[in-house]
Structures are given as structure tokens and as C-alpha cells.
Design a protein around this ligand. Structure first.
Ligand code: NAD
Length: 487
């Protein structure tokens, strides 16, 4: 083990970059702290612009070989990575929980199996991706999915490996080489992924991982002329910076951003189901981009809904995310906790009433909170908190419900609870959102398009849409004339 290897929950993690198939240290480091108990996990390489450029150079060098690798072989390597993820599932789960504080049981049973599935799904989809041919007055048009080139993938901390591999897998499947920049608050599982990919036989330089602060190395990655694609998941202000930086080279972008999604509860809904859906929004301590944080309830059932919600939410157990019985873990970082607290304080000062919660608790915890008496144009209704804070508003009829639901600058997701199929069709048709769930939440199929409208994102990934983004589509038109006679 090198001096750069730390042990996290019994698992050895190399904290250096992974560039061109080698571990590369930085002169500087940053300290990675666990949200579980505030303990220091270790020092992680603090990347510089030079290391970011080295990672792009390695990706550029490796690109032609990987792009020319037959699809079947690329798919085989992706399945081998999935095998490696499954073999090391427990290691990945415990390290991720130590690093970002999300529930260990979710990592074990939901998140890490999904990480493996990301690789298997895009490997299989690659093999099904057809070449389209069509005819123009006897000329053939042949459409190819050409790999676009080195791709920079920048990811957030709330679901680190799941969101990283949701980009890495299709980018690699498409034949691109990759530079992955994980978030500085949760850098560790990306390093384990580099080990797993190398063991699976992914050639050196096809996947590179650079660690560090986005503010320090972001521009070196996103303004680099050799980068052909940038896929980013994170906040709106960072997306603006990345878009500005990418503009120099007109580098195509996929942006998966924040949300302020509504849950519409109609009087005809199964109220217990609606309450379950509402309480589910506290998952991952509310640090979920898709969370329906604005609960909109039809006036006639608002009192009953609130009573059942309070009863249900009061039974949630908040505590150590490694404990099987815990429902809500800590927030990721003291800064995030301060941000959440600030939002709630300002909302209360502006007249909101905490139906439940409203305060931080010892450690890095914020109580599950429901705020009523909030105005539609207030900060707490319009801005993403990214913590366990929901708002409660009422509506008189369908028209008002749709108006309130659509009245933010976001459009990531929406959830509708209703017992009336006709109403469901009418309402979902009018909602502005990348994903709409009816009487369910967080059901995701990788074949479906995923992304956000308005400030929640640009573009869609998932299934063929991922290949659409990571490939350069090429149409070759061939005349029937002009062939030499091969006799
Ligand atoms: P963030 O924007 O602060 O950081 C995201 C990533 O960008 C990190 O890796 C960071 O280091 C990097 N970064 C920062 N400055 C950069 C720069 N100038 N250039 C390049 N990279 C830079 O976001 P966050 O706080 O890590 O994540 C939370 C946000 O992510 C929330 O808004 C949430 O809604 C959003 N999110 C969206 C989705 C989605 O699929 N739509 C999923 C998860 C999270």
C-alpha cells in the first residue's frame, strides 16, 4: 500500500488521480471528512490544471484504439466492470456511506446493484443499436453512430457512484474515452471504480479520474479544445460556468440540474398512498434532485392529509446511516447544513410555520421539516434547498394545481396522486417536467429519456438518447453509379 492509500471502513482506497492507467499524486491535498461522525477519512489529491490537462491528453491518446474496438469487445469489458462492481459491492457500499452519509442499506440493496446495472444496460443497448439505412432515388443513406471523442463527466455528491456511472457507462459503450471528475465532498468510490475498470481489462487512458475542487480544475477540463463532450450533473450556477467555458469550443453539453418538483395530491387520491409518497421525499435526507419538495394538496383533504403525514413522519428514525433501522441520515457537509438552516430560518421569518421539524440536531442532522403558510413567490417555494425540507400548499381546483405546479423556473420532475385516470391524463399533459410519476415515485427505467426542462437541464440521457449525446451521427450517401466493374 502506498502512502496515498487510506483505509475507509476496512477498505483500502488510493486517493491519487488515475491518469493514463497510472496513479498520479498532486503536490497538494484536501481533507475528506465523513458526514457520519465528522471523522477525517484522509487526504485526497487536490488536482491542478496541469493534472486535468494530463488526464485529457491521456483520454485523447487512448481514444482511437477504444473507438476502433469492436462493439462486442467493448460490451464484454463493460460487463466485466459490472462483474467487478458486484464482486466489490460491499466495499463500494461501506465506502460510499462513510463518504457521503447516505443509508448503507440503500447502497447495498439499491444503489450499488444499479451501478452494476448501468454497465450491463448500456453494454446490451450498444449491441442492439442499429445502423439505419434509407434510400433517396436509388442512393443509399447509411447512418453510423461514431464515437464523439474524449468526454468530460462532472458529478455531484448526493449519489456519487450511481450518477457517475450513469454517464461513464454510456460514454464508454459509445466508444469514447473519459475523464471523470467526482465531487470533492465524496471522491472515494470513483477511485475504486478506476481499480475495478483496470482489473476488468479497460485499456489504460480510456477511463481517467481527476480529483479536486471544481473551481480550481473545472475550466481546465471544460474549456479544453480536445474535449468533445461534457456531461454535468450538479447545480444551476455551476452549469452556467461550465456552459460559458464550453462555449469557446462549442463543446456539446448535457446538463442534469436541480429541481423544485411538486407532488400534487387530489381529493380523489388514495390518501395513504399520497402520504407515503410525500414522506418518501425525505429519502437521502432530502438530498435528491428529483425530490418532490412542494406538496400541493386539494383544500378539501388538506387537514386529513396533514394529520396522516405528521403521524407517519413522526415515526421516521433519524440517525447513523450504517444502522439498518435508520430512515434518514446526516446531511453531507456542515456547509450544506448551514444552507438548509438558513433557508428554513428565512422562511419562518417570512411567515412560514413548521408543521414538523425546523431545526438542526446534534451532529450533522437536520430534522425532517414541513413548512406551511408559504407564499408561492417566496424563496422557500422557488429555490432548491437540497435537504429534508418540504413545503405544504393547498389548491382549490385542477386549474390552480397545475398553475402552482408549473410556477417555478425548474422542470425536473412532478408526481401526481389521484384516483381518476382521466384527471391523470389531463394533468400530466399540462405539467412541465422531464419525468412525471402518477401514484408512484422514483421508478426509473434506463430505457426512458431522463433530464429536465427549463433550468433543470439541457438534453436527455438514457437508452438511445445517451448514445445520441455521446456519438457523432454520420450519414453516408452513396450513389448507385460510379462503381468500377469488378467483373
Ligand atoms: P455543484 O454544482 O456544486 O457541483 C457539482 C460538480 O461540479 C462537483 O464535482 C464540483 O466539483 C464541480 N464543479 C464546481 N465548480 C465547477 C466549475 N467551475 N467547473 C467544472 N466543474 C465544477 O453541485 P453539488 O452541490 O455537488 O450537487 C447538488 C446539485 O446537483 C443540486 O442542485 C442537485 O439538484 C443537482 N443534481 C441533479 C441531478 C439530476 O440528475 N438532474 C442529480 C443529482 C444532483
Amino acid at each position: 500500500m502506498s502512502e496515498h492509500t487510506i483505509t475507509v471502513a476496512g477498505v483500502a482506497v488510493d486517493t491519487r488521480h488515475w491518469i493514463g492507467g497510472e496513479r498520479v499524486a498532486s503536490a497538494g491535498t484536501f481533507t475528506d471528512v465523513s458526514p457520519v461522525d465528522g471523522g477525517v477519512l484522509g487526504e485526497v489529491a487536490r488536482g491542478t490544471a496541469a493534472e486535468a490537462a494530463a488526464a485529457v491528453a491521456a483520454a485523447r491518446e487512448a481514444f482511437p484504439g477504444w473507438a476502433a474496438t469492436p462493439r462486442e469487445e467493448r460490451a464484454r469489458v463493460l460487463h466485466a466492470i459490472a462483474d467487478g462492481v458486484e464482486r466489490r459491492l460491499e466495499d463500494l457500499a461501506v465506502v460510499e456511506t462513510a463518504d457521503n452519509g447516505a443509508l448503507l442499506r440503500s447502497h447495498r440493496r439499491g444503489v450499488m446493484p444499479r451501478v452494476a446495472h448501468n454497465f450491463r444496460f448500456f453494454a446490451d443497448w450498444l449491441l442492439r443499436l442499429g445502423h439505419e439505412d434509407f434510400d433517396t432515388r436509388g442512393h443509399t443513406n447509411h447512418v453510423d453512430w461514431d464515437p464523439a471523442g474524449p468526454s468530460v463527466l462532472i458529478t455531484p455528491w448526493n449519489a456519487p457512484l450511481m450518477l457517475a456511472t450513469w454517464k461513464v457507462a454510456p460514454a464508454l459503450a459509445a466508444g469514447n474515452s473519459v475523464v471523470l471528475k467526482p465531487a470533492e465532498w465524496s471522491p472515494l468510490t470513483a477511485s475504486l471504480l478506476a481499480d475495478i475498470a483496470a482489473e476488468a481489462g479497460l485499456p489504460a487512458g480510456v477511463l481517467n479520474v481527476v480529483q479536486g475542487y471544481g473551481s480550481e480544475i473545472g475550466d481546465a477540463l471544460t474549456a479544453h479544445p480536445d474535449v468533445r463532450r461534457i456531461s454535468f450533473t450538479g447545480s444551476v450556477p455551476t452549469a452556467r460556468r461550465i456552459a460559458a467555458s464550453a462555449a469557446a469550443n462549442l463543446t456539446p453539453l448535457s446538463l442534469e440540474l436541480g429541481g423544485k418538483s411538486p407532488l400534487l395530491v387530489f381529493a380523489d387520491a388514495d390518501l395513504d398512498l399520497a402520504v407515503d409518497l410525500a414522506v418518501e421525499q425525505y429519502d437521502n435526507a432530502g438530498q435528491v434532485c428529483l425530490a418532490a419538495t412542494r406538496i400541493l394538496v386539494e383544500e378539501t383533504v388538506a387537514e386529513e392529509f396533514t394529520r396522516r403525514f405528521v403521524d407517519r413522519a413522526s415515526r421516521l428514525r433519524q440517525g447513523d446511516p450504517r444502522d439498518e433501522a435508520t430512515d434518514i441520515g446526516p446531511t453531507i457537509h456542515p456547509r450544506q447544513l448551514e444552507k438548509i438552516e438558513g433557508f428554513v430560518q428565512r422562511a419562518v421569518e417570512a411567515g412560514a410555520r413548521a408543521v414538523i421539524g425546523g431545526h438542526r440536531r446534534e451532529g450533522q442532522y437536520f430534522e425532517p421539516t414541513l413548512l406551511a403558510g408559504v407564499a408561492q413567490d417566496s424563496e422557500i417555494v422557488q429555490e432548491e434547498v437540497f435537504g429534508p425540507v418540504l413545503t405544504l400548499q393547498t389548491f382549490g381546483d385542477e386549474e390552480e394545481a397545475v398553475r402552482l405546479a408549473n410556477d417555478t423556473r425548474f422542470g425536473l420532475a412532478a408526481t401526481v396522486a389521484t384516483g381518476d385516470e382521466e384527471r391523470a391524463r389531463r394533468v400530466t399533459g399540462r405539467l412541465v417536467a422531464g419525468t412525471v410519476w402518477v401514484n408512484c415515485f422514483f421508478v426509473r427505467d434506463l430505457r426512458a429519456p431522463f433530464g429536465g426542462s427549463r433550468h433543470s437541464g439541457v438534453g436527455r440521457e438514457g437508452g438511445t438518447w445517451s448514445f445520441d449525446f455521446y456519438c457523432d451521427l454520420k450519414n453516408t450517401v452513396t450513389s448507385p453509379k460510379g462503381w468500377r466493374d469488378h467483373g
